[in-house]
Design a protein around this ligand. Sequence first.
Ligand code: MLY
Length: 266
Amino acid sequence: QAGHFSWEKYLKETGATAAPSSCFKQSLTPPVNEFKVGMKLEAQDPRNTTSTCIATVVGLTGSRLRLRLDGSDNKNDFWRLVDSSEIQPIGSCEKSGGMLQPPLGFRLNASSWPMFLLKTLNGAEMAPSRIFHKQEPPSPEQNSFQVGMKLEAVDRKNPHFICPATVGALRGVEVLVTFDGWRGAFDYYCRYDSRDIFPVGWCALTGDNLQPPGTKAVLPKSLGPLTEGSVENPAMNPTPTVGRPPGQRGRKPGRRKTKITGSWSQ
Ligand code: MLY
């Protein structure tokens, strides 16, 4: 497979270390995924988390399910780990005295929900209880990530992607997840015990497809505030000047395009 990403080479090349698995709320061996496309289950509506809805498995990727809420459209799919506490067998909601709700953005008139529910469950293939996992792994006691540590993280703007990432900052119980090679465009803060972050090697274990890093370089802080010239040729950087003298070559500060050429692919 062309350009398959290798953590081993990448860690060597970047001189970085992987965040230890004890930092994460993930099981050491990823949970087995015995679900099948077409199975139905109950899931919390991600856009309205107090609602329990019917969802259909529309895809499988590693230890995750691609879910679509029945009665919703195909533009709001979401991904859940098979050991997520946000999914459960059909019947669980009723057992605990709750009522199944239409998803936010239910396509039909609200008054047709009871009939829709009957029809969607009639003859449906319900995911059997035994393929659900009893509970989520425990949360680590504290945020033990450190700035610079590497990990694998869900790209929340494109949640089907899991990508190489680096801890960019710490803020109490939160971690800044920065995506390698994407210049900050996809970065986010999450709790240290988020289910969207995984130790290095996770995708290799689950069979999920780990994206390679992007190719947009972020400049090392050590180069200081650059004015003119480029990183490709630091010698082009003259003593800092104010503004841009007319006719001078080089890109505007903050608009540099720097390709990084990695040898971390296998
Ligand atoms: N089409 C999108 C995909 C970006 C994905 C970035 N992730 C992997 C961090 C784009 O090029 O903007």
